[in-house]
Design a protein around this ligand. Sequence first.
Ligand code: HPA
Ligand code: ZN
Length: 326
Amino acid sequence: AATAELIKALPKAELHLHIEGSLEPELMMALAAKHHVTLPYATIDDVRRAYNFDNLQSFLDLYYLGASVLRDEDDFYRLMWDYLCKCKEDKVVHAEIMFDPQTHTERGIGFEVFMPGFMRAIAQAEKEWGQSTLLIMSFLRHLSEESAFETLEAAQPYLSMITAVGLDSSELGNPPQKFARVFAKAKSLGLLRVAHAGEEGPAEYIWSALNDLDVHRIDHGVRSVDDPALMQTLAQKQMPLTVCPLSNIKLCVFSHMREHNILSLLDSGLLVTVNADDPSYFGGYLNDNYHALAAHLPITQEQIKTLAANSFKASFLAQDKKALWI
Ligand code: HPA
Ligand code: ZN
């Protein structure tokens, strides 16, 4: 009970959250009806029952299908608003939120539709309760380098609203170096950089994210334990890992939460954080991820406080703002 109270009371930052992965089944069904989109689900329970994944790809297939109901500015506003209300509930005082432009531009829905929707919700939450947010534009790595360049080009009028670029979607066969030139261009435009690496992919992909993309954080990174030299480098650089416990279990990266390596990453001196990834698909928002760790691992209250403090340390907030929360 004391641990539950602590999790609830601690101010936290969320650093690895895909806004499209916060689309709850209720909103998905409502938007499908609104836009006359046919989904292979008759009821909300059908949607929930479908969320049984064998690996990353089996999840991504349903994630892109779900996102197909997002059509107009108001849909993107509602998606962002619902997530920001969860932040308020979970004491996520700062959120660095990823969005996947290509999931929408590939369907003919452009930046001029989703950006105003996102920004309207962000401004409202900031005004109503002081919510702090920033945006990370993520490239889909199963698509071409050319498509990523086109996305960066289309984002040009919106760069003042975007802090960083990221890299997500199908990891195996799509190593970070495929996007080295795109990330170099993003860097030259003043954008910060993160990349998913070492979720399903090998430790070499984490090296590639560091060396070829010049990232400030690794998203997931749990496969780093396979490479002692990499572990040493990550610890020495204090390179943040945005670990997503419930995601890792749902996507069978670990067979059970008891098997999760987050405590050994922490014990090795890495800058580890806890994050929700795709909360509506993986069974919980940020506090649920902390609760799941507390339920299945021998985590101490001190370690929980360290994880929350790390989330601010690893954030893109200015040093003086970080200091308010650490
Ligand atoms: N991994 C890769 N791609 C993704 C994820 C993830 O966890 N969530 C949404 N797109
Ligand atoms: Zn992710």
